[in-house]
Write a protein that binds this ligand. Structure first.
Ligand code: ZN
Length: 321
């Protein structure tokens, strides 16, 4: 491949194994990938195929940890172009601000109350980090609950917006050691070329006994689907900002596709142990005398229990690794 905007990953980005099999390969300028990429970005900005000439979308499956991953990933420059130009931040922010922010804030508040309860500490003593904080809404809710919150983010537009809302923003390199009681990292690990370096950061800056919440699109069954049906996803008309969309192996963006097994294996390799957070602790606000609202709440809890399996909590055991 002679494209110089893409970087080869010739080992598994989660366990460094070389024991992988190729699941799928298609040039970016060939169908069905070209149409997918074109349509995917046309509703958020636009894709520039000049950068994808002679590049291929290749999916590999690690035979050791089970991760499905894109072999070729955009380099730093192309990444910046995809996330800041192909996706227009102003359009994303506009859609986000028009969405139901109160509902999203309630979900964040309930999750945070469950964490505060679990940490058995006054909220004003809890220092939390949102790694890949986006526009900083989770940090804002944490601050409203009394926690000391800060975020890490690569997009300058999002950093500027979060700062304008009073959120402290740090770079990954300047995060202090054993500083945080709680780290949330939601819909981030599937995007990063090197998830191991992210976990090294968690391992460094989360205190022993601290909690990490990791959310990624659920890649359960994806390898089998690709084997039997090839690339069968259609680009959505509009991907709701902050949500993963329907495609856990979306070209250029969802470059790591975890299921529970591969995510837990990665966490355990850094001394993190899976925590079973009672769902009831995360759904504390149930309106009285509103049967419909109560039923919806319990259905959501059941869905999270049985379906949305890659929103996981971990406790950090042991010292830095
Ligand atoms: Zn692996």
């Amino acid at each position: 491949m002679s494209n110089n905007h893409m970087v080869l990953r010739d080992t598994c980005p989660a366990c460094r194994s070389r024991n992988a099999v190729m699941l799928y390969s298609c040039d970016y300028c060939a169908e069905p990938i070209r149409s997918y990429v074109d349509r995917f970005y046309s509703t958020q900005g636009h894709a520039d195929f000049e950068y994808l000439k002679d590049a291929a979308y290749v999916l590999d499956e690690c035979k050791d940890c089970g991760l499905v991953y894109q072999r070729w990933v955009p380099d730093e420059d192309l990444c910046a172009r995809v996330y800041n130009e192909w996706i227009d931040p102003a359009r994303i922010l506009d859609v986000r601000m028009k969405s139901d922010r109160a509902k999203a804030s309630l979900a964040y508040a309930e999750e945070l109350l469950g964490i505060i309860n679990r940490l058995k500490s006054g909220s004003n003593r809890i220092r939390m980090l949102d790694f890949g904080m986006g526009w900083g809404e989770y940090c804002q809710v944490a601050q409203a609950l009394g926690c000391k919150a800060c975020g890490v983010e690569v997009s300058q537009e999002r950093i500027d917006h979060a700062r304008s809302q009073g959120i402290e923003v740090m770079s990954q390199d300047e995060l202090p050691e054993s500083e945080f009681d709680y780290i949330v990292c939601d819909q981030v690990l599937e995007h990063v070329p090197n998830p191991l370096s992210v976990w090294q950061t968690f391992s460094k800056c989360l205190r022993e006994g601290g909690i990490a919440k990791i959310g990624v699109p659920d890649g359960k069954g994806v390898a089998a689907q690709v084997r039997s049906r090839g690339f069968h996803w259609e680009a959505p008309d509009w991907r709701i900002p902050g949500q993963s969309g329907d495609n856990p192996v979306s070209p250029l963006e969802h470059i790591n596709c975890f299921d529970v097994t591969s995510l837990v294996a990665l966490a355990e390799s850094f001394g993190f142990q899976r925590l079973d957070m009672p769902l009831r602790s995360q759904y504390v606000c149930v309106p009285a005398l509103d049967v419909r609202a109560v039923v919806i709440r319990y259905l959501k809890m059941a869905k999270r229990r049985f379906l949305a399996s890659t929103n996981l909590f971990f406790e950090r055991r042991g010292g830095p690794s």
